[in-house]
Design a protein. Structure first.
Length: 228
């Protein structure tokens, strides 16, 4: 495969190849399937996009391509990139917390963005938050931008691995300090997922220890906030 691609690039100077992985599924410990899109942009002319399915098998300590299928695909748009997260659309609530309102997840901007509205009720304060999730065509990845009613803001990148989404966040808190977080979002079924979080807060030039929070389980609810 490497030689084939190298020969192709040599024969077509200036051509660019962009690979977008849509999903990776582990079928068995020794077999996994990945699906996605390949976009070829020549030095002159229009880009073409194909959809691929790749089967890899484990051989000793490495993976080898066992089978690859490719077919024509329409040009990708932002909505097509977010389709892998469409199961999040709707209202969800944390099972062990009944005081907080359900998180609202809605498609917006002609379905090119996923907008999350969050309301957190603390012991003495209330915080509202908004997260806009979208496709970044420059970085070729899903990202999000977060804002809260206290003046904090941040951004994240989303990386998919089968049913898991690794979400890396970088935030600026209202007092000017910074924090980073790694979240693992795991789909259980169409109405249920788990959220595992690790947070690191940095104040000035010192960094506090990692704080690992308990996995929080969420379940889909209806408009009244009641589980189906």
């Amino acid at each position: 495969m490497q030689k084939l691609l190298a020969d192709n690039f040599q024969q077509n100077p200036g051509v660019k190849l962009a690979i977008t992985t849509e999903e990776i599924k582990q079928l068995t410990p020794d077999v996994k399937v990945s699906r996605g899109f390949a976009t070829v942009t020549p030095a002159k002319g229009a880009a073409t996009t194909t959809r691929y399915t790749l089967v890899k098998v484990r051989k000793g300590d490495h993976w080898e391509i066992s089978q690859m299928n490719e077919r024509e695909a329409p040009p990708l748009n932002a909505y097509a990139k977010l389709a892998a997260l469409e199961w999040l659309v709707g209202n969800v609530a944390r099972q062990e917390r009944k005081s907080n309102r359900p998180v609202q997840n809605q498609l917006g901007g002609r379905q090119n963005f996923l907008v999350r509205t969050i309301h957190v009720q603390g012991n003495e304060t209330t915080t509202d938050g908004w997260e806009i999730i979208g496709w970044d065509p420059v970085r070729q990845q899903i990202r999000s931008w977060i804002f809260d009613s206290n003046g904090g803001f941040g951004e994240t990148i989303w990386v998919n691995n089968g049913d898991d989404w690794l979400i890396r966040a970088s935030n600026v808190l209202p007092d000017g300090s910074r924090s980073t977080a790694e979240n693992v979002l795991t789909k259980v079924d169409d109405n249920k997922f788990t959220w595992d979080r690790k947070i690191e807060r940095s104040m000035a030039n010192r960094s506090l220890r990692w704080i690992r929070l308990k996995s929080n389980e969420w379940r889909g609810v209806n408009k009244e906030g009641v589980p189906p």
